[in-house]
Design a protein around this ligand. Structure first.
Ligand SMILES: [Zn+2]
Length: 425
């Protein structure tokens, strides 16, 4: 009997029906391949701090892959995570001035609801997490999109007063350097679902405070957004309980907007020394709503400094783990890899065995059923929701499907921006 059960178990594991506790593997599509720029920049450089690359592009690829391993090693998924990545010196949203910069844009390419294995109905999950929960790939194309700001390395443009990226793997940027690995980790965590997916401004059909609309006209909160709570309002509602106008009002309710997970609150009592409200960790909700930043970060008041605060900090280093981000990722449904805790304060940057490689194109097959989200849709690069709204729309022209997909494109309202703190460099 036991032997039979073992055999059944083995078969199920082979079929991928039972997620093992192994780290999530990944595939990175180099969107700069063949261009001679960005991740494929051919400028010669000297190796730096554990990064043996001898061209700028090679160093960027090595550092980016290392950052991806830091995150994916901590998460469990039977479905490899697909990432579209580039280093872009021309992207209109990747600004860089003398005093501030958007270091990167990162986020899920799609959100989906009511897929097979979804823990909650009528809640949208980022594609990488939905794949992990479903135990199968739900859509073709990339799960995560990651654009890093290449302007930092363009000589003579006075970006952050001449600051450059640090591509070393030791978390030790020098004066006037910004840690590339840490910044990629930050953006990638957004892509794993650390994103509220709430319209932060009015834009087109979207009203501030609204959730993305599906083709059938319904609106669902994101699994992350379920944990946003406003302690200043009567009844201390979570965001999905609010009517859209009230939710819009709540977007700037610092210091009362908090992360409402009792599991995380209990686990971080001694770890978080500042930035709590009524025992709960504060979310970023400044009085001027910042498209791309509000709600989708920890409050900048949180101590110790966190990788998922909205501003880059010299005190955070991914060599000290993901911190509170592991708690939020667990809350929204990720299974943490063996040995990963909430909070994650491991000093070893790589804790698991996530494997991954660069490709020019993703393998085509392995979608188990017809889906609304195919590559032609996820490859779209326009944004009919406007640059500062929710940025997520149901894909047009697609039939109703129980697997409902939202298309999230590179809009500042969805993809969360990391700005350098003026005066840091
Ligand atoms: Zn961010």
């Amino acid at each position: 009997m036991i032997a039979t059960m073992q055999r059944v178990l083995a078969v199920l594991l082979l079929m991928g029906l039972i997620p093992g506790a192994s780290a999530a593997d990944f595939v990175i599509r180099n969107l700069d391949a063949g261009s001679g720029t960005g991740l494929s920049n051919t400028r010669r450089v000297a190796p730096v701090d554990g990064n043996p690359g001898t061209t700028l592009g090679a160093q960027r690829r090595i550092a980016l892959r290392y950052a991806v391993r830091i995150v994916t090693s901590r998460l469990v998924s039977p479905v490899p995570i697909r990432i579209d990545a580039r280093v872009d010196s021309d992207h209109p949203d990747l600004v860089c001035t003398r005093n501030s910069a958007t270091l990167g844009l990162g986020g899920a390419t799609n959100y989906t609801a009511n897929f097979p294995g979804a823990p909650r109905r009528d809640v949208v999950y980022p594609l990488a997490l939905a794949n992990a929960l479903a135990g199968q790939r739900l859509a073709q194309g990339a799960d995560v999109r990651l654009f890093m700001n290449g302007r930092l390395d363009v000589a003579g443009n006075d970006c952050l007063r001449g600051a450059t990226w640090y591509y070393g793997l030791r978390g030790a940027p020098g004066n006037n350097q910004i840690d590339f690995v840490g910044s990629v980790v930050h953006e990638l965590i957004h892509g794993m679902g650390f994103q509220a997916i709430i319209a932060l401004t009015d834009a087109g059909d979207l009203q501030q405070g609204a959730y993305p609309v599906f083709r059938n006209g319904r609106r669902f909160p994101s699994v992350f957004g379920r944990y946003a709570q406003d302690l200043a309002l009567t009844g201390q509602p979570r965001f999905p309980e609010l009517r859209v106008e009230r939710r819009a009002d709540a977007l700037d309710d610092a210091p009362f907007v908090v992360w409402s997970s009792s599991m995380t609150n209990a686990a971080t009592t001694n770890f978080v020394t500042a930035g709590r409200r009524e025992g709960r960790i504060r979310l970023y909700a400044p009085e001027v709503v910042l498209p791309g930043s509000s709600i989708s970060h920890w409050s900048a008041a949180v101590e110790p400094d966190q990788i998922m605060e909205p501003f880059e900090s010299v005190e955070t280093s991914v060599l000290n783990g993901l911190g509170l981000a592991s708690c939020a990722l667990r809350d929204i449904g990720w299974q943490l890899a063996d040995g990963v805790r909430c909070p994650d304060i491991r000093t070893a940057p790589i804790v698991g065995t996530a494997r991954g490689q660069y490709v020019r194109a993703f393998a085509r097959p392995a979608v188990s059923q017809p889906q609304a989200g195919d590559s032609s849709a996820t490859d779209r690069d326009d944004d009919d929701a406007g640059g500062s709204g929710g940025g997520c729309t149901m894909m047009p022209g697609q039939p109703f499907d129980p697997v409902w997909l939202v298309l999230c494109v590179l809009a500042a309202g969805v993809l969360v921006v990391r700005r350098n703190r003026p005066g840091l460099v």
